[in-house]
Design a binder for this molecule. Structure first.
Ligand SMILES: [Zn+2]
Length: 64
């Protein structure tokens, strides 16, 4: 490994792709779902149609 920084604890992985893929978007409705960029693009409209709220995952601890 060449100077790879450790990921913060809040880092999430894509629920579709598995633990090897980092999630960049979170979706919330009854529960919480995490998606990588390609999965988010793919499922975004479907999730929105089902009432999911999609928000970017911040890895800097900037949750609000
Ligand atoms: Zn994915």
């Amino acid at each position: 490994m060449q100077g790879v920084r450790r990921l913060p604890e809040t880092d999430q992985t894509c629920d579709r792709c598995g633990p090897a893929v980092r999630a960049v978007y979170g979706a919330r409705r009854d529960g919480e779902l995490y998606l990588c960029r390609s999965c988010a693009n793919r499922f975004w409209s479907a999730l929105c149609a089902q009432g999911w709220t999609i928000h970017p995952v911040t890895s800097g601890g900037e949750e609000s």
